[in-house]
Design a protein around this ligand. Structure first.
Ligand SMILES: Cc1ncc(COP(=O)(O)O)c(C=O)c1O
Length: 461
């Protein structure tokens, strides 16, 4: 198909009748099938899923062992309400997840998605405080920018005005501290000094709010949608733990995007041996085969809550046998395929390639990330990180140019305190191989070439 024919086909799709309430007027082609890192549409186009959907399909598309395990479960029982029955897949999955959690986080609470996992963490923290005589604690400090989900409770701890502003009157606003974007800072400090400085901002915020009112601090150990794979300096993590301990504040690691091997370790926090009090998981645990998420916490938090009569929380589909069977098979496949080590190795390669592209296209700056969660900013000036004008709609144009060429990437414009900036994330399934990384990078390079020409962005000679 020529480019002209493709855009004609895309035009026709815009007018295909539909009763679906799509998010925007933008229409997309109908999906037909998918396998590994590739997806094919009904009209025969092939895409590389360079973002694993929304950083979901860690184990890759069409994994036969996961599908067979789900079929076996479908033939037995698909739903058994948790107040009526226990089920084996959920039991087994909880044991497996617990074995992979840091410290004593061996109580696993299942949900159906990331926002639900975050809501669960927030509610467990609060109920724990209430039943242990700390009812004054309710504030959850978050970071700016950050993303923790689309429900009202998750938005309350999310730092992205583009997503929260409209709903502000309905949201109980929570305090925030700046995300540790140390790579942007222009001062005389070392990265490690900057890491401590950002962590110390948490202590300052706790003191300003009144330590007795602060319940928890929630953070993505490696940034996701809002900060495009932001990696804090090493010094940040131990200092954050220290500060939380000093004031009796719970540390919640939102590993919805970074968990299940995405960053080359089972959890993002494992790179630093982190010991959070609560971990949230989703995305990669169901890997797109079934809606699934989880919250991991220790007995220290769970026991007093159960002793008080039980956790006042839950979702109808939570821990259903079909999703649990899918999650169990996904985790077994992640191990069998060595997907986490592969993510680490292919991530190095992909990051090096993106660094190469940033030398050729200086509007790509601050290449960062770990494993197969690699990100960068799209900027007007790579030294000052001055953002590109909104009118250029750079993030959308980059998405479109890649999409037209059969590559899906993740790109957003995030609105923070007076700054708006475009970013891009590359996050293919963890089973990608060397040649496929090359294929992705070639398409991205071609798209960037056109983007630079169209938007009159600089290109190195
Ligand atoms: C860190 C993080 N937390 C929570 C969520 C919300 O997950 P979901 O969209 O499954 O509700 C996301 C989704 O992108 C996320 O990246």
């Amino acid at each position: 198909m020529t480019v002209q024919q493709k855009s004609a086909a895309a035009g026709a799709e815009q007018h295909r009748p539909s009763n679906l309430f799509y998010l925007t007027r933008l229409r997309r082609p109908l999906i037909d099938r998918a396998e590994g890192i590739y997806m094919w549409t009904k009209d025969g186009r092939r895409f590389i899923d360079g973002s694993s959907g929304a950083m979901v399909v860690n184990v890759g598309h069409g994994n036969r062992n996961v599908i067979e395990a789900m079929k076996r479960q479908l033939d037995r029982v698909t739903f058994a309400y948790r107040l009526h029955f226990e089920n084996e897949p959920a039991e087994e999955l909880a044991t497996l997840v617990a074995s992979k959690m840091p410290g004593d986080l061996d109580r696993i609470f299942f949900v159906s998605g990331g926002s639900e996992a975050v809501e669960s963490a927030v509610k467990l923290a609060r109920q724990w405080a209430v039943v242990t005589g700390q009812a004054k604690r309710w504030k959850i400090i978050g970071r700016f920018p950050s993303y923790h989900g689309g429900t009202i409770g998750a938005l309350a701890v999310t730092g992205d005005l583009a997503l929260t502003e409209t709903f502000a009157p309905q949201i109980r606003e929570m305090p925030t501290v700046p995300a540790p974007t140390a790579y942007r800072d222009r001062d005389n400090l070392t990265m490690e000094q900057r890491g401590l400085r950002y962590a110390d901002m948490l202590e300052e915020k706790i003191l300003a709010e009144g330590p007795e009112s602060v319940l928890a601090f929630i953070m993505e150990p490696i940034g996701g949608a809002a900060t495009a794979a932001l990696v804090p300096p090493d010094s940040y993590f131990p200092r954050i733990r220290e500060i939380c301990d000093r004031y009796g504040i719970l540390l919640i690691h939102d590993e919805v995007m970074t968990g299940i091997g995405r960053t080359g370790r089972f959890l993002g926090g494992d790179h630093w041996g982190c010991r959070p009090d609560i971990v949230t998981l989703s995305k990669g645990i169901g890997s797109g085969y079934a809606p699934l998420g989880a919250m991991a916490a220790s007995q220290r938090l769970v026991k007093p809550v159960l002793d008080s009569g039980g956790f006042q929380h839950g979702y109808t589909y939570a821990g259903n046998p079909l999703s649990a069977a899918a999650g169990l098979a996904v985790l077994k496949e992640i191990d069998r395929l060595g997907a986490i080590d592969n993510a680490a190795a292919m991530g190095e390669l992909l990051k090096a390639e993106l660094e190469g592209l940033s030398r050729r296209f200086p509007f790509i700056a601050g290449v960062r990330g770990k494993g197969l969660l690699i990100g960068a900013d799209l900027v007007a000036d790579p030294v000052t990180f001055q953002p590109l004008p909104k009118a250029k709609a750079t993030n959308q144009r980059l998405l479109d140019l890649c999409y037209e060429r059969g590559l899906i990437v993740y790109s957003r414009r995030v609105r923070g305190d007076g700054i708006e900036s475009d970013n891009v994330i590359l996050a293919p399934p963890l089973i990608i191989n060397r040649e496929q990384v090359g294929e992705m990078v070639a398409i991205l390079g071609d798209a960037l070439e056109v983007l630079a020409r169209e938007l009159e962005l600089p290109v190195a000679a």
